[in-house]
Design a binder for this molecule. Structure first.
Ligand SMILES: [Fe+2]
Length: 253
């Protein structure tokens, strides 16, 4: 957890204003693992996205009371755990277990993580059929965790790279966090090293290379909701999706 410090605010403001023109141009010839993020050619149908949004709002109220999930972990933010491992105890302990594995375990690569994670049974902690249907259809070998997040108006994530070793290891292949902004104003912004402000489209699926430095600041007057999930992506279908998405993303430069 990052404790509040005025210098973090200053750093975030400076980071937001960097012009990454040259770095963006270099992406045209860069391998995928140098990309800060990638919008995928896949999107949640709007009607389903609206239902997921309502569920996130509903669950968010409940999570406010739990320090691990409520605003204590980042200023103005909450998280929600939809899907993950079951250890036979309660779900908060389950989450701590998942967090411990993804943060502290010295994971070598995705196969190593898969060996650790295949020891567990999994369950939907919070039923959300529209989200389940979409994630079931997403190309992957194995699903490990589905989380929701909410940044309140003026909520921030200071400039950082993700602590989870899973994200850092898998980030080598841009297999990092799979991220879906559910209901966003344009000013609910993410900023990424080497690119700047990420162009966000609600319902679009993004791969975020959380190994690279990033930060966020919700400057809108609305809460900003997102879902992200952790997978073993080693399938041909996912590789193909990355390749075609990269081509389409580069056309927008
Ligand atoms: Fe992060």
């Amino acid at each position: 957890m990052i404790k509040y410090n005025p210098q973090h605010d200053l750093l975030l403001e400076e980071f937001k204003n960097i012009n990454w023109h040259e770095e963006r141009q270099q992406l045209k010839t860069s391998p995928l693992n140098k990309f800060p993020f990638l919008p995928l050619d896949i999107k949640i149908p709007t009607a389903d996205r609206k239902i997921i949004f309502e569920q996130l709002k509903e669950q968010n109220k409940k999570m406010n009371e739990i320090p691990l999930f409520g605003p204590d972990y980042q200023p103005g933010a909450n998280k929600i755990w939809f899907y993950g491992m079951r250890t036979g105890t309660d779900w908060i302990k389950d989450y701590k277990e998942w967090y411990k594995i993804s943060s502290d375990t010295d994971i070598q690569d995705i196969d190593h993580l898969d060996r650790i994670m295949s020891k567990y049974d999994y369950e939907w902690k919070i039923e959300c059929p529209e989200l389940k249907t979409f994630i079931d259809s997403f190309p992957k070998k194995k699903l490990y965790s589905v989380e929701g997040g909410n940044y309140q108006p003026d909520g921030k994530a200071y400039v950082h790279h993700d602590r989870e070793k899973f994200n850092r290891v898998s980030g080598d292949l841009l297999y990092g966090r799979i991220y879906i902004p559910i209901e966003w104003e344009d000013s609910a912004s993410l900023y990424w090293y080497g690119f700047g402000k990420v162009p966000i489209e609600s319902g679009r699926v993004y791969v975020l290379n959380t190994r690279q430095i990033h930060g966020s600041h919700n400057q809108s007057t609305e809460h900003r909701y997102a879902v992200h999930f952790a997978i073993n992506p080693k399938t041909n279908k996912f590789e193909d999706l990355l390749k075609s998405s990269k081509q389409n993303f580069l056309k927008t430069f």
